[in-house]
Every structure is written in C-alpha cells, then in structure tokens.
Design a protein around this ligand. Structure first.
Ligand code: SF4
Length: 292
C-alpha cells in the first residue's frame, strides 16, 4: 500500500488526485501563520524511494487524472531532480492530465527561465502559489521571506514558462490596522500578474495564535466576520484581471464565492454588499463548520 510520512497536505481541488511525496516538509518553514510542517524537518526524498512509491501507486491507481507532488514546496527541487520524476510519472501514467505542486515565490525566482520552461515541458503544469498578501508591511510581519514585487514577479515568471498559477491569498492576516492597505496592495499585484486562479482563505489558528502574534508585533487586532467580508470586497473591487477564476469557497470562508472575473465582478460585489448591508447569520457559513 502507498504510504506517506505525515502530516500530509494538499490543496482542496486536489482531493481526488494521486498524491506523491517527493519532498518532506517545507524548505522555508518560517511563515508565522503556518503550522503545516513545523513538526517536520525539510528534506528532498531519494529518487529510488519515489520510484518505489510510483510503482506502488501504479498497482493501486492505474490511471489518475491528476497527480499532486507533495509536500510544501516540491518546486524547490532542481530541474535535474524533477525531470526524472516527471518522466517516470508520464511513462507510468500516460493519460494523466495535470501534475501540480505547491511553490513558493523563492522557488520560482531562484530558477532560470529555461529551467522553469524545461520543468513545465516535462509535465509539471500547475503551481499552487502562496501570495498571502501584496503588502510589504504584512509580508514582513508574517515572515514570508520575499517582498510584494518578488511575489508578483514569481507569478509572471512562472506563467511566462507556461505554468498555470493558483494563488492563495489570506483574509484577516493584516488585522484591523492594515486591512485596507493589505486589500489594495494584494489586488494590485494580482492585477499585475493575472494568475489563472485566485483563492481566498480566512486565517485560522487551530493550534493557537501565539507564534503568529509574536512575529506580528503588538498592533494586531483580529477582524470580525463582517470586517473579513469587507476585506474580501475591498480586494475584489480593486482587482483588474483578465479571465481569472475567483474562489473564496474554502471551508475557512464565511461567505462562499466562486466567480469568473471580470465577467462576474459586478454580480459578485452585489452579493457581498447584500451581506454587508443586511447582515443575516443564515447567509453565512456557521462558525462550527469553518475549517471542516
Ligand atoms: S512557504 Fe508555505 S508551507 Fe512553507 S511555511 Fe510558508 S505558508 Fe507554510
């Protein structure tokens, strides 16, 4: 049976995908809001072990549509390490339609254009990319390790190499003091980089917020439900993209939204305004269902 080294995470849209661990943990592992891999030391997995997993997966799951390469940032692997994995995957699963992984801006920025193009040509075609915020104050406070221009440049560079990009953007991460600039500057870099998919998650701290608050400083005050929705509205209102799918339907969101921008922009803002102008708990995901 295909086994994993826990904890194992994947994007919500990869729920039906074959998951293959090619690295363990996250090579950065410093973002103050993220506890995904804090119990795990980062390490690339040995090719022989990955090959055994691929052969095992083939006997259990002969024809997956999609494959997700875990853990936290498989794109940290060099072209020389990724290409044999991708070639083996395509040899064993010739009908696979999409191979994806998480990627940090640093992973993309450190690779040459040619290496990115070669990795894409070998079959890794979709990257889940953590934007979190487009505001430099917030990126610094959450210890993202890259500034807003770097976050933006990484998307543009990866898209230039052919990758489809799905960004993760955090609501509530800036607190009350910085919410407006967080929304405005996040919309600004997303508009500039125009990723294919833009996903919003509302920040949650299932293991406690101490680490996050220590890094942020003493000027963090959490947004309430309606303020979180207002922050989503402020971001979407300033978003000028061509053909991007907007997803704020992750379980963390109080108000699930799925839309195509710019086509659905006016209608989406009207839905949000209706909630903001006529607050009614029955229109929102109940607190006990958040994160489920
Ligand atoms: S880069 Fe991603 S996985 Fe790594 S610590 Fe930051 S948010 Fe977590």
């Amino acid at each position: 049976m295909l086994t994993y080294t826990p904890p194992l995470f994947r994007p919500p849209s990869e729920a039906k995908s074959l998951i293959l661990q090619v690295t363990l943990g996250c090579s950065w592992n410093k973002c103050s809001f993220c506890e995904m891999y804090t119990t795990k030391q980062f390490q690339p997995r040995n090719f022989d072990n990955i090959k055994k997993d691929i052969e095992q997966a083939q006997s259990e799951w002969p024809s997956p549509d999609k494959i997700f390469l875990a853990d936290g940032d498989a794109l940290v692997l060099s072209k020389n390490k990724l290409l044999p994995i991708l070639e083996l995957l395509h040899a064993k699963f010739p009908k696979v339609k999409q191979i994806s992984s998480y990627a940090t801006p640093q992973n993309v920025l450190k690779k040459s254009d040619q290496d990115l193009a070669d990795i894409h040509a070998a079959g890794l075609n979709m990257l889940y990319y953590g934007v979190e915020s487009g505001d430099n104050v917030i990126l610094n406070k959450i210890q993202k390790g890259v500034d807003a221009q770097g976050v933006c440049d990484g998307i543009i560079k990866a898209r230039g190499a052919g990758f489809k990009i799905s960004t993760t953007n955090l609501l509530g991460i800036a607190g009350k003091k910085y919410t407006k600039q967080h929304a405005l500057n996040t919309a600004k870099i997303l508009s500039q980089a125009n990723p294919e998919y833009i996903s919003f998650l509302m920040i949650m701290f299932p293991l406690g917020d101490e680490r996050f608050l220590n890094a942020f400083g003493n000027d963090y005050e959490a947004l309430d439900q309606l303020e979180l929705i207002q922050e989503l509205r402020n971001t979407l209102a300033n978003l000028e993209v061509k053909d991007s799918e907007i997803r704020a339907n992750h379980a963390s969101n109080y108000l699930p939204i799925k839309a195509l921008f710019p086509k659905d922009k006016v209608a989406t803002l009207a839905v949000i305004d209706d909630v903001l102008n006529n607050p009614d708990p029955s229109k929102l995901r109940p607190e006990f269902l958040r994160g489920l």
